[in-house]
Ligand binder design. Structure first.
Ligand code: 3PG
Length: 389
């Protein structure tokens, strides 16, 4: 693909698609990870003398109307603060933008426009008409073929990849194509069903596949154990068995359980450590036990590449967080090339302030998983097509 860093941006109108889809609570941004990740690209474009138009989606508003709850206004404020210059939010922009003296503006939520999600050509052409150069930098949305990620790249005079997107592809490529071995993949989260294609793909390339959270529970059950009240998927036990037949899968042999019901969960819920073979009907697995956590930490220590997606327990509550903490710290301390991705995974890394110690933290959720599955990301595919001319 063409790269933004190879283009002469001086005096050009440069339209940059970022993924500024940040989590909001009552209008306040709760994680600025994606904003922070976009800053170097924006700064580079400004330093190159570009007139910068930023665009992004936020949430999943109904198309064709303005919805204040999904406005990018809080993002414009945060960008202004972090860039140390005024980043105005442009509400009506589809038919042209008068930038005046400004060198950077943020276009209001692309998903307010009818045709965005359907990748409508007419809308994409209007976006393309705003710029001399289109820069796709939104790795987190690269798995969507929409007007602002795919269509616009078809019609813009020049379409290229921004530094964040290029960096993500490099880091993930390094972990997945020809990785330093052993490659250890850790997949946590609640359900086997939502991660089955990822587990399948990783079972083919990883030397050791470690599973955590509710996913581990299905493996615990498929190994013939009672799992009491634990979250697990009975109908996917054969899949768990099949994965174990094809690769070395590590799952919990000791667990932390609670008898508290979901509505009573708290930071100081009462828990018990048990062998995975000793779970009672009124108990629920909510974390790895210490032996399993230590065993996984040792596996991580001996790895040369670690790929991580998904927590190993209900880490949002301190009482259930020990396993995920041990694993996060082991990844942070290891010398392996480590890549982590996914919303919950980022939250776990944040909880213990370990972002600087992981080799690469991806900004992608769904896009990260699709890349790991080996799927082609449509927004990258169109850049490749354009580069062929
Ligand atoms: C994400 O948060 O995964 C991306 O921003 C994509 O959002 P979407 O799932 O609403 O397309």
């Amino acid at each position: 693909v063409k790269l933004m860093t190879d283009q002469d941006l001086s005096g050009k109108r440069v339209l940059i698609r970022q993924d500024l889809n940040v989590p909001l609570d009552d209008g306040k941004i709760t994680s600025t990870v994606r904003i922070d990740a976009s800053l170097p690209t924006i700064q580079k474009a400004l330093d190159g003398g570009a007139k910068v138009l930023l665009m992004s989606h936020l949430g999943r508003p109904e198309e064709g109307t303005y919805d204040e709850a999904a406005s990018l206004a809080p993002v414009a404020a945060e960008l202004s603060k972090k860039l140390g210059r005024d980043v105005a939010l442009v509400k009506d922009w589809v038919d042209g933008v008068d930038m005046g003296d400004a060198d950077v503006v943020l276009l209001e939520n692309v998903r307010f426009n009818a045709g965005e999600k359907a990748n409508d050509d007419a809308l994409a052409k209007k976006m393309a008409a705003l710029c001399d150069i289109f820069v796709m930098d939104a790795f987190g949305t690269a798995h969507r073929a929409q007007a602002s990620t795919h269509g616009v790249a078809k019609f813009a005079p020049i379409a290229c990849a921004g530094p964040l997107l290029a960096g993500e592809l490099d880091a993930l490529g390094k972990a997945l194509d020809n990785p330093a071995r052993p490659l250890v993949a850790i997949v946590g989260g609640s359900k086997v069903s939502t991660k089955l294609s990822v587990l399948d793909a990783l079972s083919k390339i990883a030397d050791i596949l470690v599973v955590g959270g509710g996913i581990s529970n299905t493996f615990v059950a498929s190994a013939g154990n009672e799992v009491g009240n634990s979250l697990y998927e009975k109908d996917l036990m054969p899949e768990a068995q099949r994965l174990r037949d094809t690769t070395e899968v590590v799952f919990a042999t000791d667990v932390r359980t609670t008898k508290d019901g979901f509505s009573d969960w708290s930071h100081d819920s009462k828990t018990e450590v048990k062998a995975a073979s000793d779970i009672q009907a009124d108990e629920e697995i909510i974390d790895y036990g210490p032996e399993t956590a230590a065993r996984v930490a040792e596996i991580i220590k001996n790895a040369k590449t670690v790929l991580w997606n998904g927590p190993c327990g209900v880490f949002e509550y301190d009482a259930f967080a020990k396993g995920t903490e041990v694993i996060s710290r082991a990844i942070a301390e290891s010398d392996a090339f480590s890549v982590a991705g996914g919303g919950d995974t980022l939250a776990a890394i944040d909880k213990w302030n370990l972002a600087d110690q992981v080799s690469y933290v991806s900004t992608g959720g769904g896009a990260f998983l699709e890349f790991v599955e080996g799927k082609q990301l449509p927004a990258v595919a169109i850049l490749e097509e354009r580069a062929k001319g």
